[in-house]
Every structure is written in C-alpha cells, then in structure tokens.
Design a protein around this ligand. Structure first.
Ligand SMILES: NC(=O)c1ccc[n+]([C@@H]2O[C@H](COP(=O)([O-])OP(=O)(O)OC[C@H]3O[C@@H](n4cnc5c(N)ncnc54)[C@H](O)[C@@H]3O)[C@@H](O)[C@H]2O)c1
Length: 381
C-alpha cells in the first residue's frame, strides 16, 4: 500500500473493538493528532469501525507500518492474550508502542518487550493513562504539598458491582462492537482494573517493594463460563518509601471506586477512578469535645489553570484515552523522557500479576523491578 506523507503527530490503531471506539472519541479531543488508520484481524469488525469513524482500514499489519511515520505511535488495542505478540511485532518493526493493559500476560514476556524497546531506542508504554488526568494529578499535588499531612495509609477500591448478573450482552460500543465479557471474565478484573489505581500510586510513591495479596473466584460460573480468572483480589502494598496501601478489585462487591489517602490532618478522597474530572476532596480531621471527626463535607482541592481536554459521558467513557498517546508523542517531539516510561509499565505489570496470581498461598512477594515516582504534568506542578 502506498502511503501519502503524514506530517505531525500521528497514531495508528491495532484492534478495532470496544475500547478502540473510546480511543477514537478521545482522539477527537486532540485534533492535532492524526489517526493514520486501523487494522484488525477480524475483517468485518475493521470494516464497521473504519466506516463509522471514516479512517483508513489496513488489510494487513505491514500496510499500517508502511503508513505510520517513524515518530508516530502504534496503539495496541487488541485482547490481552495478543498483547505480547502485537507489542513485539510493533517494536521489531521499529515503532514506538502504546499498549492497552496489561503490557503482557507473563513477566518473562514483559521483560522481553522492555529489553527490546531499550535495544531499539523506542518508547514503550502501557495503559492506563488516567494517571495523567486531572483527578490523579490533583491528588498527587495535594499529597506532595501535605494537604492531609503525612500520608499514613491508603485504601483504594476497584469494585464494579455484581457484573455476572449485569446485562453485559447488551453493552455495545459506538461502532457496534459488543463488550467482550467472555474475555473480560477470563482475563479477570485484577489484570483489567488494578492498574487504574496502581498507576496513580506508583506515580506518587515509586517502587512497590513487597506485595502481600490474595485472589480467588467467588462466582465459579459467570454466564456459563467456568474457566475464568479471579473475580476478587485484595492486596497490601509496601512501597520503598510511602504509606501502606490496601487495594481491592472485584466484579462482585457493590460499585465502589474510591481512593482515600489517610494522613495526619485528615483524608483526601476521590470517588471515581475513571472520571478525569472527578473532584478531589479534603476531609479535615478535628475534635469536638470528646469526639474525633473527619469532616463529612470535604473541601474541594483544585489546581489553578487548565489541565487537559475532557471527554465527558460516564463510566470508562469519562476517561480521555488519548492522554497516554499524547504524552508519548510529546516526549518524542521534545526529545524528553516519557512520563509513561517502559520502567513504569514493567513495574505496573509485575505488581498487577503478583496480585492476580496470588491465590491463597503466595504470601509475601518481593518485586524485582523498580521505577521512580512520575514527574508531575507541567500544569500540575
Ligand atoms: N472494554 C473496555 O471497556 C475497555 C476499557 C479500557 C481498556 N480496555 C482494554 O482494551 C483492550 C481491548 O479490549 P476491547 O474491550 O476493545 O476488546 P474487543 O474484543 O472488543 O476488541 C479487541 C479487538 O482486537 C482484535 N484483535 C485481537 N487480536 C488481534 C491481532 N493479533 N491483531 C489485530 N487485531 C486483533 C479483535 O479482533 C478485536 O476486534 C484490552 O486490553 C482491555 O483490557 C477495555
């Protein structure tokens, strides 16, 4: 396929399923980024997607590689089982690669990708990118500036409700892709979701030294599917420096996406993990006579000035999925380190897999990878 010359920041999509529509909606909020086109092994899906969004459909992966400029970024939006192979193919073809989570389903594969990217001098990043969003950056800013005093303990919840009873068969994306519930049940809510708060936590505090976790299946049969991953996990995270953290993931317990940073002066709280614009509130602690109270009302903590484009709507669709690719394109153009570094992606992958695979026997797991806290966004300093 012959390619016309693309000027400026550009991305190409591999995988045209449910999440690809959320990326397209998000990419519309950053019109300086061109979408060169998309490829999917499912020809029918690729056709429906390209017709809906008016983007080029590549017949084979090589056509996508031929069309994307070298300083562009490939977005790997395939199913988790395909991530390793597709990420490797993109890096081997010489392209900066942004992978949906997880980077890979096994740590040896994730390490191979990390090494390949480093050998080739390419950026490798993994979702989620909500860590670059307003809520995460505001929370990190408040923690850095001691709004709640020294943070002592963090509770982070990613409970999604009793999903196996939800009408998941009727969840359809904008261009008509069904929500892949069978795949979601097999991959599991920890691999799918832990990263949303792990990313925020690792960005604030850096390396997790030790993970003490348990995971298991509370519902053996989910819509007739029995070979599923853990639907519940709970982890205690010990950072090299930073407070202790408890992180919970489930598709069983009632919906709760709160993160609470408990400090000496009170509690910082965000109630929505997926809404970039979710308010960050400080609940000051005070004494009234013989009682100790964390203010139930909470005072909003805000950064001054604009942050980034919001995409609105609800649930996962209130995250701007373009923030990660835009950060990579910025790092490439400015020849600076990318906040979503390969070290960050590898460490996130290791901690997530440690929680997912903990079962009832793992005990304390010592992490072997490390990464530094993340540089705040320019507008959040
Ligand atoms: N569904 C969501 O709400 C959601 C939200 C955030 C992130 N994600 C992540 O996005 C990724 C994709 O999820 P999804 O819900 O879009 O799944 P999906 O099944 O709807 O879409 C995945 C698409 O990738 C294609 N594909 C698979 N292997 C391929 C390959 N080797 N080459 C090219 N195309 C290939 C499939 O044909 C399919 O169309 C997952 O990693 C998931 O964790 C999903």
């Amino acid at each position: 396929m012959s390619s016309k010359k693309i000027q400026g920041p550009a991305v190409a999509l591999i995988g045209c399923g449910f999440v690809a529509d959320l990326y397209m909606r998000s990419l519309q909020s950053v019109p300086h980024v061109q979408v060169v086109g998309a490829f999917d092994i499912d020809v029918e899906r690729a056709g429906a997607f390209s017709a809906h969004w008016g983007v080029t459909r590549f017949a084979v992966l090589e056509d996508l590689f031929a069309a994307l400029p070298r300083d562009g970024v490939v977005l790997n939006l395939t199913n988790p089982d395909a991530h390793f192979e597709v990420n490797r193919a993109c890096l081997q073809a010489g392209f900066h690669t942004y992978s949906e989570k997880p980077l890979a389903m096994r740590m040896d594969q994730a390490r191979d990708l990390h090494q390949l990217a480093s050998e080739k001098g390419l950026l490798l990043a993994s979702a989620p990118c909500s860590v670059l969003g307003q809520a995460a950056q505001t929370l990190a800013h408040a923690v850095r500036n001691g709004v709640a005093g020294t943070p002592r303990l963090i509770y982070a919840e990613l409970d999604d409700g009793f999903i196996p009873q939800a009408p998941v068969e009727s969840w359809i994306s904008e261009s008509g892709a069904p929500w892949p519930y069978e795949d979601e049940f097999r991959v599991g809510c920890t691999l799918e979701h832990a990263g949303y708060y792990l990313g925020w936590l690792i960005a604030m505090f850096g390396t997790v030294r030790r993970v003490v976790a348990a995971s298991g299946q509370t519902i053996p049969d989910k819509k007739g599917i029995t070979d599923t991953a853990p639907d519940f996990s709970v982890a205690t995270l010990f950072f090299e420096t930073g407070p202790m953290v408890r992180l919970t993931c489930s598709i069983v317990a009632p919906h709760d996406h709160r993160i609470r940073v408990i400090g000496d002066k009170g509690v910082l709280q965000v109630k929505k993990a997926w809404a970039n614009g979710a308010p960050v509130k400080f609940h000051k602690r005070f004494r009234i006579r013989r009682r100790l109270i964390d203010s139930p009302l909470g005072k909003r903590v805000s950064l001054h000035g604009p942050s980034h484009p919001m995409v609105g709507r609800w649930g996962a669709a209130s995250m701007n999925f373009a923030l990660g690719p835009v950060e990579m394109l910025g790092a490439i153009a400015e020849n600076r380190p990318c906040r979503l570094s390969a070290d960050f992606a590898l460490h996130l992958n290791e901690v997530t897999l440690a929680i997912q695979n903990a079962g009832d026997q793992a005990g304390a797991q010592v992490m072997t990878t490390r990464c530094d806290p993340m540089e705040p966004m320019q507008w959040a300093r």
